[in-house]
Design a protein around this ligand. Structure first.
Ligand SMILES: Nc1nc2c(c(=O)[nH]1)N[C@H]1C(S)=C(S)[C@@H](COP(=O)(O)OP(=O)(O)OC[C@H]3O[C@@H](n4cnc5c(=O)[nH]c(N)nc54)[C@H](O)[C@@H]3O)O[C@H]1N2
Ligand SMILES: Nc1nc2c(c(=O)[nH]1)N[C@H]1C(S)=C(S)[C@@H](COP(=O)(O)OP(=O)(O)OC[C@H]3O[C@@H](n4cnc5c(=O)[nH]c(N)nc54)[C@H](O)[C@@H]3O)O[C@H]1N2
Ligand code: SF4
Ligand SMILES: [Mo]
Length: 722
């Protein structure tokens, strides 16, 4: 039997662990960590080990599906489905205009390295701004609003590999394999953390839970959730009052320091301590430890980014890094200038705020102060519409109402805030198309579900993580096994429908061939045109490795273009006032507990619960609470409870976990099923879990600019159900 071993990488999550696959007659027979890879050191996790099973799993769609008149699905050839969808999209475009056609590019759209660019090309060709991604219900303040309002440093901030300290706010990389540079690297995070500890990196953690990361840190502020902006303001107030900041850097590169100092002055550690539930001296200790550095960054994860005041929190975290000068300077070598990102000189200088990005983009039809947000990418600014209010855009009648939604590797019915509203919004569409490997909760509502190739069935390159690494690392993977049957890639959908609609699609590197379907390599070469390392070199390299790119030494600031990071942009005063008022808010007697989000090892948002190894580790998303609290409520470990907010109620399995601060319930998202009562999903709480987005009103605490909903720190109460 012909057997071959090929190097590839996992795309179950975006850590992209290198693997070695053994293939016999186009069947994947073994998948092991690539132990030759120096960066990952043979690391993989339990999810990656399920890729073999995923390929042939009984729930995997082997063919595309079309909804029939009686509500059931029947198989349909993908060419036929694309023909029909193209006709329907053309009609909707004609009747309602370009804005009525939206795409939502969820988690798995990011795992196909060509999906986003081709989808954007499709939107550009029809003139539709309705381009949505999961980033705007994930961390829009961090990737968009923060840098837009304050500006940014062109040399980047200190990365983990040469940090002396890291301040990690609600980010649990050891489970999530996610962090922005500066936090614990997401690639083999246990090794990275051990290596950092050996080097003497001091770790400060702010998290209501003694997480995997928090249990290994030097100083843990086990806060009451929801006051992170105030805590970071207090840290800054200590640093400024003790003159621990980098004055020389501030003199040259920031503006608004005095106003920032005035604003944070009232957030003394004593003023914040009671509300945040940590002793004032811990806040002081955190400030001094971080300021001592001398190198290292403060970073945030999803917990606080989904909690109260995310725009202010992000502004303060960026301000903290700026006032402590945690940026690479002139004459320093960039640890990773990027492999696939465009070559070009970099200099040690700031770019100032871009207020026009918050003002001039397409406005949401739902609220004037919400609109397109601009995400900074290595290729320049990229605008997208805010997913936090997409359901409202779908429900609000009138010009521009979304009538067709193309959902790429996402699961809105479980992921978007306010599940019942999402259900109504999806039900009201004229056309819902999902590209999904299974009949997910959302796909069950779709008119068409297209069966995608899975990661080992396609080529890809590590474009998404290109500048997340602390070395110029990259990997190109060939197709490991050819997909059986009739399956497509995410980008092929947009190309094929575009072709049928007679569109000319074009990307950064030029037009896409609309006659002959381009190869994946050609598309990726177009997307990465001008890259530091030619794509072909990466293609011809077996496995992932660090590329020998010429050193990039930061040039001195150019007086002609040098700007300042603005520490006191318009709008922050109101946010300071709101965060301050929260410090004195009386506890909610009816809903005394705070529900926060968390990731679980054995699932990836809604992907995974069907796979055997992952299923064996749990089939529900427990409501984790401190055992003392459960005892006080007379609730037994494992008992079914009702978690209730002002907006909705869900069942959950109460589970004792003493790593959680009393007063807090920690539950994972993207579980459960349809909120439609006839689906009776509540009865399956032990088999499918429940959906925390039913507890969330997406408009109640909508954040300015992004409309970001409060998806963590939700006031809830619980009661026994059984
Ligand atoms: N295994 C697994 N990995 C994943 C995912 C998954 O579902 N499963 N999801 C992926 C996705 S989409 C993303 S965006 C990333 C996210 O990656 P992370 O941001 O690292 O996500 P979490 O592990 O949930 O960590 C968030 C932390 O915030 C804490 N927290 C909650 N509320 C607050 C608060 O108010 N203040 C503070 N300071 N902390 C708070 C929580 O206790 C938790 O420890 O993970 C990715 N990786
Ligand atoms: N309350 C609350 N809500 C949250 C969060 C929270 O912490 N709390 N987290 C938010 C965050 S950070 C995010 S990123 C979003 C996630 O939002 P989404 O991306 O919308 O949700 P996922 O569950 O990741 O959806 C992934 C879908 O892709 C499918 N899939 C799996 N593999 C493949 C593949 O190879 N190809 C294709 N085409 N499809 C595939 C899965 O079956 C699943 O239906 O949820 C957000 N919602
Ligand atoms: S951490 Fe796990 S799921 Fe993520 S890429 Fe690595 S093996 Fe795959
Ligand atoms: Mo996310």
């Amino acid at each position: 039997m012909a057997s071959k071993t090929v190097k590839t990488y996992c795309r179950f999550c975006h850590a992209y662990c290198p693997m070695e696959a053994t293939v016999e007659d186009n069947r994947l027979v073994a998948l092991v960590p690539d132990s030759d890879n120096a960066i990952y050191g043979g690391y993989t996790c339990v999810k990656g080990r399920q890729l073999i099973e995923q390929i042939d799993h009984p729930t995997r769609l082997q063919q595309s599906q079309k909804k029939q008149a009686d509500g059931t699905f029947a198989a349909i050839g993908s060419e036929q489905a694309l023909d029909e969808i193209a006709v329907q999209l053309a009609t909707i475009l004609e009747r309602y205009g370009p804005r009525s056609i939206a795409s939502y590019n969820g988690t798995y759209s990011y795992q196909n390295s060509a999906a986003h660019d081709v989808a954007r090309a499709f939107h550009a060709a029809i003139g539709s701004p309705s381009y949505y991604t999961s980033v705007t219900i994930d961390q829009p303040a961090k990737v968009a609003i923060g840098p837009t309002r304050m500006g940014w440093w062109n040399g980047g901030s200190h990365m983990w590999n040469d940090a002396d300290v890291a301040l990690i706010i609600g980010n649990n990389t050891l489970v999530s394999h996610y962090s922005i540079p500066g936090g614990i690297p997401s690639f083999s995070p246990h090794n990275a953390l051990r290596e950092g500890r050996r080097r003497g990196v001091k770790l400060i953690c702010i998290d209501p839970r003694v997480t995997e990361v928090a249990s290994r840190c030097d100083l843990h502020l086990q806060v009451r959730p929801g006051h992170d902006a105030a805590v970071v303001a207090a840290i800054i107030s200590v640093i400024l009052s003790e003159q621990l900041h980098d004055k020389a850097f501030c003199d040259e590169h920031v503006a608004g320091l005095e106003q920032l100092a005035q604003q944070v002055a009232r957030f003394t550690p004593e003023a914040v301590a009671a509300a945040a539930g940590v002793p004032a001296n811990q806040i002081v200790a955190a400030a001094r430890l971080f300021a001592a550095g001398p190198r290292g960054s403060a970073v945030t994860g999803t917990g606080p980014e989904m909690g109260p005041h995310p725009n202010l929190l992000q502004h303060l975290v960026q301000s903290l890094n700026a006032i402590c000068g945690r940026h690479y300077r002139a004459g320093e070598r960039l640890p990773n200038p990027g492999v696939l990102t465009p070559a070009g000189p970099r200099s040690a200088q700031a770019t100032g705020p871009q207020p026009q990005w918050l003002r001039d983009g397409v406005r949401s039809r739902v609220a004037d102060d919400i609109g397109e947000t601009v995400v900074l990418s290595p290729y320049g600014p990229l605008a997208e519409m805010p997913t936090a209010v997409i359901s409202d855009e779908m429900l609000l009648a009138g010009e521009g109402q979304i009538k067709a939604l193309i959902c790429v590797g996402g699961n809105p019915l479980l992921a978007w805030p306010d599940q019942e509203k999402t259900h109504r919004a999806l039900a009201g569409l004229e056309l819902l198309v999902c590209i999904d490997l299974k009949l997910s909760a959302t796909a069950q509502m779709a008119d068409y579900v297209l069966a995608p190739k899975l990661c080992l069935e396609r080529e890809d390159v590590t474009l998404l993580t290109d500048i997340w690494h602390d070395k110029p690392y990259s990997q190109y993977t060939r197709t490991v096994v050819e997909a059986e049957g009739d399956k497509i890639e995410e980008w092929e959908f947009f190309w094929a429908v575009g072709k049928r609609m007679g569109l000319a699609l074009s990307m950064r590197g030029g037009p896409i061939d609309m006659r002959e379907k381009p190869t994946k390599f050609d598309l990726l070469a177009n997307i990465t045109k001008g890259s530091r390392v030619p794509l072909a070199d990466i293609y011809h390299t077996e496995g992932g490795r660090v590329f020998d790119v010429p050193d990039v030494i930061l040039g001195p600031p150019d007086p002609a273009t040098q700007e300042r990071m603005q520490l006191h942009p318009p709008g922050v005063d109101e946010e300071f006032a709101a965060a301050h008022a929260d410090l004195h808010r009386a506890p909610d007697r009816d809903y005394p507990l705070l529900l926060v989000s968390r990731r679980m090892k054995n699932t990836y948002n809604s992907t995974g619960p069907e796979l055997s190894l992952l299923k064996s580790k749990g089939t529900t998303n427990p409501a984790f609470m401190h055992s003392r609290e459960l005892a006080a409520l007379d609730i037994a470990d494992g008992e079914i409870v009702e978690v209730r907010s002002r907006h909705g109620a869900i069942p959950a399995i109460a589970t004792a976990a003493d790593d959680i601060r009393p007063g807090v319930i920690s539950m994972s998202h993207c579980w459960g099923g349809s909120p439609d009562p006839t689906a009776r999903t509540d009865e399956q709480i032990r088999e499918i879990g429940s959906n925390t987005n039913r507890l969330i009103d997406n408009r109640e605490h909508a954040e300015k600019y992004s409309g970001m909903a409060r998806q963590s720190s939700i006031a809830v109460a619980i009661r026994k159900l059984s």
